[in-house]
Design a protein around this ligand. Structure first.
Ligand code: ATP
Length: 455
């Protein structure tokens, strides 16, 4: 078993197998921007689906929303983002590198990577300046007359401003939630670390509106619920922890926040945030817009609900799943790299492989099975090259099962099913392959990787 999963190994696998490419590569690349290839799209999509399943489909107290990326500029004034969504920035006048003043402890000096910025004698850091993270653009044809607007830095505000619309027609009373998945944009100062922090990313956010007296209880509920979601899809408990924010770390709007952290190759870092935002947002938008965003009881009494928000990045979640799944082992004296992804997240659920790619009886049977299976799940057909190579390719993209059509298939209508994690092989009837596979995919799964902490 591998003991150290480095970011380099993940980046290399992602490029080699077409999960993630550096963006604008043929023009020299654009820092902190990535493009997602076929398997990256499928994996990201599965993460979003599993989130929506847990947050909307399996509940009767949360509904979905898809709000605009570009909203009225006043939204961002009211939310405090125009005035306050900024990071403190310092520049080194000597090496020209730029750092977040609050992240100097974790940064490397541009000249001497073994030191922190400011520690070497040549370092010449400026005073910290505030730098707003929102990307600004314009609506309108003319540069001079266009109205300035922002690309949203979070999806949450689109939910708050729709509170009245949704509460009015969703026939739900607090506690109830609104969930949204969509792109957000931040002009991050110190990008890097692959898809951990990028200029554009997808967020899965849910705002849960509750009577004020129930806010603490629901906050604790959502911290536990979200922790359980990461475990449900295979993240090892040894690599997950809950870190409550200290008082001096809390955002201006929050009375309590906990980060669910994952042990990434860069160390323990925020994977998801769960915040008790109080009535800050609904009150701010009520005051700024003049529209009352409040709950009116049948007896006419009214109150502003408090909000609990779990917020998770799709791309950061994908990185955590990839790191947690990445494994290397030696099998029959050969190195094997395998992504031990939860079957429900795996981009491809099964590969259909004729043992001899040039044997038309085998390829015919294999294609028929493949065409039957692809109607219900994501499957791949591959008849090119040695069977061992084809298995290894599927292992590297995390395909949990391989179905092989061989000589014996032609005699007795059976095929082998090979399991990615244990490498166990079993013969099953081709007629029952679909049912068998669907049953296997639905079985509980937990990571077979050892629960050792990364160095
Ligand atoms: P960080 O401290 O890492 O900058 P944050 O506390 O600003 O994150 P939130 O505003 O709470 O992040 O956003 C919620 C989630 O969105 C984060 O937990 C993370 O998963 C994701 N996220 C935030 N910024 C980025 C980014 N630039 N790139 C990728 N994912 C991000």
């Amino acid at each position: 078993m591998a003991d150290a999963v480095t970011m380099e190994k993940i980046v290399s696998l992602c490029k080699r197998r077409g999960f993630v490419f550096p963006s604008s590569e043929i023009y020299g690349g654009l820092g902190s921007s990535y493009d997602y290839g076929h398997y990256g799209v499928l994996l990201k999509d599965n993460i979003k689906q599993r989130w929506l399943q847990a947050m909307v489909q399996e509940r009767d107290d949360i509904v979905a929303l898809d709000s605009s990326i570009i909203l009225h500029s006043d939204v961002w004034q009211a939310s405090g983002h125009v005035g306050g969504f900024s990071d403190p920035l310092v520049d080194c006048k000597f090496c020209k590198k730029r750092y977040r003043a609050d992240h100097l402890e974790d940064a490397q000096c541009g000249q001497r990577p073994s030191k922190r910025p400011g520690e070497a004698s040549d370092c010449d850091l400026t005073e910290a300046r505030q730098f707003n993270l929102m990307f600004e653009t314009r609506v309108g044809a003319l540069e001079e007359t266009g109205v300035p607007v922002y690309l949203r830095p979070e999806t949450a505000q689109g939910i708050f401003i729709n509170f009245k619309n949704v509460a009015g027609i969703a026939r739900r009373k607090p506690p109830f939630g609104i969930a949204q998945v969509g792109k957000s944009f931040r002009n991050e100062i110190t990008p890097g670390n692959f898809i951990f922090r990028t200029l554009e990313f997808e967020q899965m956010e849910m705002e849960f509106f509750v009577p004020p007296a129930e806010a603490d209880e629901w906050y604790r509920y959502w911290v536990d619920e979200r922790f359980a979601w990461h475990r449900r899809y295979g993240i090892r408990e040894s690599h997950l922890r809950i870190r409550p924010h200290d008082d001096d770390e809390l955002s201006h709007y929050s009375s309590a926040t906990s980060d669910i952290e994952y042990l990434f190759p860069i160390g323990w870092s925020e994977l998801e945030g769960v915040a008790n935002r109080g009535d800050f947002d609904l009150t701010a938008h009520t005051n700024a817009s003049g529209t009352k965003l409040e709950w009116v009881e049948q007896d006419g009494s009214r109150y502003t609900p408090h909000v609990i928000e779990p917020a998770l990045g799709v791309n950061r979640s994908m990185l955590a799943f990839l790191v947690d799944a990445y494994d290397e082992e030696v099998v029959a004296e050969r190195d094997r790299t395998v992504l031990r992804l939860h079957p429900q997240l795996a981009p491809v659920k099964a590969a259909v492989l004729p043992l001899i790619g040039k044997n038309e009886d085998m390829t015919g049977r294999a294609r028929k099975l493949y065409e039957e299976l692809r109607q219900v799940i994501s499957v791949e057909y591959d008849d090119g090259g040695q069977i061992g190579r084809r298995y290894r390719r599927q292992d590297e993209i995390g395909t949990p099962y391989a179905l092989t059509i061989d000589d014996q298939t032609l005699e007795d209508d059976t095929i082998t099913i090979r399991e990615r994690d244990s490498l166990a092989q079993e013969r099953i009837s081709i007629a029952r392959a679909r049912e068998h596979l669907l049953d296997r995919l639905a079985e509980p799964w937990s990571s077979p990787k050892v629960a050792s902490l990364l160095p």
